[in-house]
Design a protein around this ligand. Structure first.
Ligand code: VGL
Length: 214
């Protein structure tokens, strides 16, 4: 089933397409095939007049870091943190870099660096906090450009891509998640994420073959 999108009103969103979420950084949060999505992101970007992106840019002193006696996924107290994670995407390290085939952040029309405060670990790229009150500015930017449709890809499907897509949908955009340009952490959470996004009215596509530009 084909969907018509208006190039002038469509944006492409590269969510956290960083080496820290790929097998290139096995000690961080490697997502299987996470390093294989750059071409699909570049392809979807050709359907859009605006390209935006985000990065996790974390600190070595973050309160949510897993370590000895503090296993990954264990809960951590704080308004803007929830569970512990292995160190990943630490500012200035290889894990924080975008995949090699992607543009430099300066070449995007708008770019978000998030999770820089030691006591904040957001997932969605649209808000710095977990409650969705502190804007990163990307929604306002997209609206200022007259964007009504956003094609989303990146890492990981079940965390940051899902949250970003839901935030965009809540902000009133027509949202398309392109699975060819996403990889996720685990099969059950990917399936649940796809269900949750579909239930929210987000379009899930396997690849852009069925998108028609007008
Ligand atoms: C992510 C888990 C922890 C993501 C970030 O980008 O999806 N997942 N931090």
């Amino acid at each position: 089933k084909q969907m018509i999108i208006d190039y002038k009103k469509t944006a492409s969103f590269d969510v956290d397409a960083q080496k820290g979420f790929t097998p290139l950084c096995p000690g961080e949060l490697p997502v299987a095939e996470g390093d294989k999505i750059a071409q699909a992101l570049n392809r979807q970007a050709k359907l859009a007049s605006v390209r935006v992106g985000s990065k996790d840019w974390h600190n070595t002193n973050a309160v949510w870091l897993a370590g000895k006696d503090k296993p990954q996924f264990s809960p951590v107290e704080g308004e803007n943190v929830d569970i512990r994670w292995n160190p990943h995407c630490i500012g200035g390290t290889k894990g924080a870099e975008l995949l090699d085939e992607l543009p430099h952040p300066s070449k995007y029309n708008y770019f978000v660096w998030k999770g820089m405060e030691p006591d904040m670990h957001p997932y969605g790229a649209c808000y710095h906090d977990l409650a969705g009150k502190s804007s990163t500015g990307v929604i306002e930017f997209l609206k200022s450009r007259g964007i009504d449709t956003v094609i989303v890809g990146g890492l990981a499907t079940d965390y940051c891509v899902k949250r970003t897509a839901l935030q965009l949908k809540n902000a009133g955009f027509n949202v398309i998640v392109n699975l060819a340009a996403c990889r996720g952490i685990s099969a059950p959470t990917i399936t649940a994420a796809i269900d949750e996004m579909k239930n929210a009215g987000i379009h899930i596509i396997d690849n852009p073959d069925d998108l028609m530009m007008k």
